[in-house]
Design a protein around this ligand. Sequence first.
Ligand SMILES: [Zn+2]
Length: 261
Amino acid sequence: MLFRWFSTRSSSRSFPVADWQAACQRVALLRSLTEEEAERLGQRAWHFLEHKRITLHPTLETTPFDRPAQLVLAGQACLMTLGWSDFEHADAFSNVHEIVVLPDGFTREVEEMDEFGVVHAFTDTRAGETSYQGPVVVAFTDLMQSGDFTGFNVLIHELAHKLDMGNSIDIDGFPPLPSSITPAEWHGIFTQVWNDLQRCIRQGESPPIDDYAASHPGECFAVCCETFFCDPERFADAYPDLYGLLCRYFNQQPLTRIHHA
Ligand SMILES: [Zn+2]
């Protein structure tokens, strides 16, 4: 069956102030920004829509996905790099070409080798996925659940993988670092968190952040980014050193925003 996909790419018209204000009212993450942050993020989100392709699955063609909704999507994507210069932001997302929105969670057949060399095949249900130079794929249902301070955000998760792949084709939890953070410091603090997550799993305890973080160092980085932006109180309580490191990495302090949402 030939699907007719619905793609949007904004024309280079002037910045839509009212649409951006409407977008900011729709989700807590954007509502919580200062006026200055919201203004800078709005320009970046608009530029993002002009330069990246947003593709909706044909079954979503009748779904209201107006310009404020597109700006909500782009705004959350650009929130991660808001503390960086325009050049750093553009460079970090130069491997993001397209965001594909599927109607619902989707499945992939996966094979994984365990520590004893035994290969396990299973069906994995996903809210999103991406790859080096590939599109960022997200499920519409999960996109609709993203944007508040409950810790879950499929866009931030997948775009964290894109940041991670800024220096390698695989995700490894080691994105390009600013000169103020040494690889040894990054590795040391993430290793403490990784070891704590593994300890929780071994002892049958619930980890303080989504246990998917314990599945792979790359997922650890992505889940930590998600929790850092979308549940900073829980994150800073659980892993204060990593919260501090990510504040320096992103040049942002999400804890200051939670009472403004
Ligand atoms: Zn992931």
